[in-house]
Write a protein of this length. Sequence first.
Lengths: 117, 113
Amino acid sequence: DADVTQTPRNRITKTGKRIMLECSQTKGHDRMYWYRQDPGLGLRLIYYSFDVKDINKGEISDGYSVSRQAQAKFSLSLESAIPNQTALYFCATSDPKLGQGVADTQYFGPGTRLTVL
Amino acid sequence: DQQVKQNSPSLSVQEGRISILNCDYTNSMFDYFLWYKKYPAEGPTFLISISSIKDKNEDGRFTVFLNKSAKHLSLHIVPSQPGDSAVYFCAASDRNQGGKLIFGQGTELSVKP
């Protein structure tokens, strides 16, 4: 079974609709992240959470919100979807172990392809 | 302002030859660098990393080189195999900024039989 799962895998919606993308993990990691991937731009960080009570904005948080319901669950919401939010969205987790050479290694889910018409 | 840049969107290499993927960064505070590989319809998977205290890290066919003075890192794949065909992302991290990863734009590698 996958350690990081995302639902849905594909979603088509209309401008103005509210959308929620969900991420669950069984890795036991405290840190979770949401990214979007656009052609030619790589992966850009939307929001991240270092534990259940911690939420932080990334570089492109406008138009998005998140909720960390539990250690294992981190959801991303688009309050009012617009066409330029059409992208591939990835959730990731990490468990930094300082001094052991694996700090900040992130483990990604399979992605959600979102299309906003 | 792109702090991590992969200036080659694509690279084509013959099977058995060396693939060299390049990455440049601008922030001298980055202290950890990673390479991820991504196949279509899958999430990126961690490939190899290097700390800023080293200049080389090797794992099987994959070697990452870091040149701090030039703010440049490269990933060497030797020998290249058709299964290596994927998009490769480099990423950098500053632990003083909470360890967030800054990704490059990606390079699509095609290894031809």
